[in-house]
Design a protein. Structure first.
Ligand code: CP3
Length: 339
């Protein structure tokens, strides 16, 4: 049934639990590695035909949704903060955003201009998959994007980010407003280009206390999600390390709340409320375990969901490159088989 993912987002009855994986297109697949040997990550993102090809690659494994191949950092470039994916280091922002002048310099770009290639890719994907597999668009949430802008790359402590948030709350607010406006417009443009659901990735927000989340982040996320919820497609609100933030995230908005593996799914769902859909929550590293164990834990997630309407099976975070394709297939089959 091609629409079981969208039906589950809306908490409608489904034949079997739908499943897709964050980072389902990527280095764990030989086809992807073969293409990456010839092209950079950014070249793939910026060439709609290649983004289409990579988006489709994992679907032969049986996922119930496709996710646009792109990256949450792509808006940085048209905003005026150039970056690259450096080999082995992850993203490197050439001139990190740390001062009033840096923030004032950032542009609120029109997605049709600065990110037209993403929208072109989405149009191609939608045309290719129409009536077969729904396509998910996405954007990074303002805290997660701002943390890359300020730190200059990946961080484990978010020191400079938190320092700006606490020491220069006005500057922080202005940065969050600029990023949020770009994200809001980008999600709108993606739905217009054919995205049948969108996911907001607040991957690193779990580094915040509830107090700081509510004071410095939630108002901005709420603004984005309130707008996205008027677009008529399901909106997935995702974060990791968010066991303490689930209620605050739910209150910020979204049709579906993402849950990671650090909390049992049934406990998380009871706190979010069974009147909302949830997505999760297998530890992505279980895909490196013996396949029988990965399947057993998959069934445990299904048991925790207990057949309630509104569960989308996913990992608690993205697939890691070392993942065996056969284990991915085994988990997908186990989800579809049910308990
Ligand atoms: O999920 C999908 O299949 C869609 C594609 C997608 C990518 N990145 C492709 C990618 C999505 C949805 C993202 C989101 C993203 N990007 C997030 C949020 C989700 C998360 O994982 O927390 C974040 C924080 C980023 C930033 C980012 N992009 C980092 C930190 C890295 C380097 C780390 C790494 O895995 O190498 C990237 C690069 C990136 N984005 C790759 C892929 C497939 C690897 C690029 C490559 O070398 O081929």
């Amino acid at each position: 049934m091609h629409d079981r993912f969208l039906r589950a987002c809306r908490r409608e009855p489904v034949d079997v639990t739908p499943v897709w994986f964050m980072r389902q297109a990527g280095r764990y697949m030989a086809e992807y590695r073969a293409l990456r040997a010839k092209r950079t990550m950014l070249e793939i993102c910026k060439t709609p035909e290649l983004a289409l090809e990579v988006t489709l690659q994992p679907l032969r494994l049986g996922m119930d949704a496709a996710i646009l191949f792109a990256d949450i950092l792509l808006p940085l470039e048209p905003m005026g903060a150039s970056f690259e994916f450096a080999k082995g280091e992850g993203p490197v922002i050439h001139e990190p955003i740390r001062t009033r002048a840096d923030v004032d310099r950032l542009r609120v770009c029109d997605p049709e201009e600065g990110l037209g290639y993403v929208l072109d890719a989405l149009r191609l994907i939608r045309r290719e998959l129409d009536g077969k597999t729904p396509v998910i668009g996405f954007a990074g949430a303002p805290f997660t994007i701002a943390s890359y802008m300020i730190e200059g790359g990946k961080s484990s402590s978010y020191q400079l980010t938190k320092k700006m948030m606490w020491s220069e709350p006005e500057l922080w607010g202005d940065l969050m407003r600029k990023v949020s406006e770009v994200v809001r417009l980008f999600l709108r443009a993606q739905v217009k280009a054919g995205a049948q659901a969108v996911q907001l990735f607040d991957s690193w927000v779990g580094s915040l206390s509830v107090e700081d989340y509510c004071a410095h982040v939630q108002p901005h996320v709420r603004h984005i999600l309130a707008d996205a919820m008027t677009l008529g497609v399901p909106v997935i609100h995702f974060g990791t390390g968010t066991s303490t933030l689930l209620e605050a995230q739910r209150d910020a908005g979204g049709t579906v709340i993402g849950v990671d593996w650090r909390i049992p799914l049934d406990l998380a769902w009871s706190r979010i409320g069974f009147d909302k859909a949830v997505q999760g929550n297998l530890d992505p590293l279980l895909l490196l375990a013996p396949p029988e164990l990965a399947v057993e834990r998959t069934r445990a997630v299904l048991r925790a969901a207990a057949g309630r309407p509104g569960h989308i099976f996913n990992l608690g975070h993205g697939i890691v490159p070392e993942t065996p394709v056969d284990t991915v297939r085994a988990v997908i089959d186990a989800v579809h088989e049910g308990i």
